[in-house]
Design a protein around this ligand. Structure first.
Ligand SMILES: Cc1cc2nc3c(=O)[nH]c(=O)nc-3n(C[C@H](O)[C@H](O)[C@H](O)COP(=O)(O)O)c2cc1C
Length: 349
């Protein structure tokens, strides 16, 4: 019998359209992996969750929650409303596995697993997302957690303390709305200002993380970071963040300019975050190196592996590399019930 495909993110449409057209949640299906799984100290049904991105609002969270995902990250929000970049927001690209030292990628005709993301971290006004988070948290089941991703929004003349206060404002609101954990995005590859690039400045990153820790108290605090490239940079960042964060989530894509099919650079030559299959090896390698440093330096940090997870083998590779938890964005947008498919291939013991 032919199965009707599950509704999913409509890549022919804009972010705004998708925000306004979430699929209706089906009946809840629990997806429990054998054994005990914890996400930053919270008990969850399995090791695989959804990274910040696909879950544009509470209705999208509730759709994926009903399909059995246990860790749901509410897409990054801000302290004031922000529009999405103009379309195209998702551009398929053709490339092999990226190492991080490439200079550009080429636009592809069809999506084959990798795309450039050009959203610019849009946000609803705080009163909208705060009420939405509250409603969403109430709809989750035991073994499911809601992470809210936040970012500070730099204003002209601000220093790092102002930026930290803005991050903290969002984190406090997320916490008051019932978030089980707060994720602070220190890396947005398509936002060139320092709110998108904190992960490359360990000292400033530590200053913001310290204020966030003070704000959220004992609530799990996750910091999302980008591709770093060298052991030295990874170690510097881990050292800076270990006193404040419970976990680091890596990586938030590989940032590269995109050459369009007409031969010209798209997005005025600015970099965009390349997400999906092509970043699997580079992200996995970064997790492996980070895990070795965490062990050697005895840092109390969990690692969340993100990047190019499409199969049970990818999930297992991240766990073996030292991640405590794994998340996907691209694959979950293309295959909303991926968690059920991966669970079906997971060994029973
Ligand atoms: C459509 C889309 C939107 C995204 N938006 C965010 C975001 O708002 N905040 C964030 O921290 N990461 C964002 N990301 C990055 C993902 O969380 C993830 O780090 C990246 O896509 C790599 O995972 P993947 O290969 O499974 O897609 C986004 C990714 C995609 C595909």
């Amino acid at each position: 019998m032919m199965q009707t495909p599950l509704p999913r993110y409509n890549v022919q449409q804009t972010y705004d359209w998708n925000y306004a057209h979430p699929p209706a949640a089906p009946d809840y299906q629990e997806v429990r992996f054998p054994g005990e799984w914890d996400f930053c100290g919270l008990q969850v049904n399995g090791p695989l969750g959804i990274a910040a991105g696909p879950l544009l609002n509470g209705a999208w969270c509730r759709y994926y929650a009903a399909l059995g995902w246990s860790v749901l990250t509410y897409k990054t929000v801000r302290s004031s409303a922000r529009a999405c970049y103009p379309p195209p927001n998702l551009v398929p690209v053709a490339c092999g596995m990226l190492r991080g030292d490439e200079t550009e990628v080429q636009q592809a005709r069809e999506m084959e697993g990798t795309w450039a993301v050009s959203f610019g971290m849009p946000s609803q006004p705080p009163d909208v997302w705060r009420a939405d988070v509250e409603r969403t948290r109430r709809a989750l089941r035991p073994g499911q957690v809601l992470v809210v991703s936040v970012v500070g929004t730099v204003q002209p003349g601000w220093d790092v303390d102002d930026l930290a206060a803005d991050y903290a404002r969002c984190a406090r609101w997320a916490m008051e709305s019932g978030a089980d954990a707060v994720e602070a995005n220190f890396s947005c590859p398509n936002v060139p200002t320092c709110d998108g690039q904190l992960y490359q400045q360990p000292e400033q990153a530590a200053a913001v993380a310290a204020v966030l820790r003070e704000t959220v108290g004992r609530l799990p605090l996750i910091i999302k970071v980008g591709f770093l490239g060298s052991d030295e940079k990874i170690e510097q960042l881990l050292e800076a963040l270990a006193p404040w964060a419970d976990a680091l989530s890596m990586t938030n894509s590989v940032a590269l300019p995109v050459r369009g099919q007409d031969g010209r650079l798209m997005f005025e030559g600015q970099k965009r975050g390349i997400c999906g299959e092509a970043i699997f090896e580079a992200s996995l390698e970064q997790v492996r190196r980070a895990a070795q440093i965490v062990k050697r330096r005895s840092f109390a940090l969990h690692l969340i592996g993100v990047g190019g997870v499409f199969t049970v083998h990818h999930l297992q590779a991240y766990l073996q590399a030292g991640a405590q938890s794994v998340q996907c964005a691209t694959a979950a947008m293309l295959v909303p019930d991926l968690v059920q498919r991966i669970r079906a291939e997971w060994p029973e013991r």
